[in-house]
Every structure is written in C-alpha cells, then in structure tokens.
Design a protein. Sequence first.
Length: 91
Amino acid sequence: MSSLLLLAAVGTAEAVAYVWRYGSAVRGSALSQAGSTVIVAALRVLFVAAGVTAVMRSVPLPLVLLAYAVPAAAATYVCAVQGMRSIGGAR
C-alpha cells in the first residue's frame, strides 16, 4: 500500500512540476526551464521505480495507474484553475 501512496505523491508532484515547466517555457528564464525539466525527469524515474515496485508486489496494474493518474489529474486541474484566476480568465 505504501507504493500506491508514493505513486499518488509522485503523480501530484509531477503534475505541479509539469505546469511549472509549461509556464517556464512561455514566460520563464532559462534557469527555470532547465530546473523544471530536471525535476520532471527525476519524478518520471521515481514513477517508474514505484510503479514497478508496486507491480512486483502483486498490486493490479489498473490500481497502480489509477493511484498515479487520479491525483495527477486533480493537481493539474487545481493548477489550471489557479493559473486562470491569476491571469483573470476565470472567476
């Protein structure tokens, strides 16, 4: 079960880092772009390691994917809503 919690944490962190990465590509500095890319890459490696560990512990693959994808989708949604509010797009 701890590997599923790790996947949920990684999914959430990766979603936030990915939103940061896209924002950096549009309006960030070169250092911000490089930093966000390194963080996203590291989180992807951690995702693979945690996912393989969970599967090796006989956790069903659909459950592994859901543990990662659902928190990632929720974090992406929250980041998108907050981003739209900060630029005045949504009320």
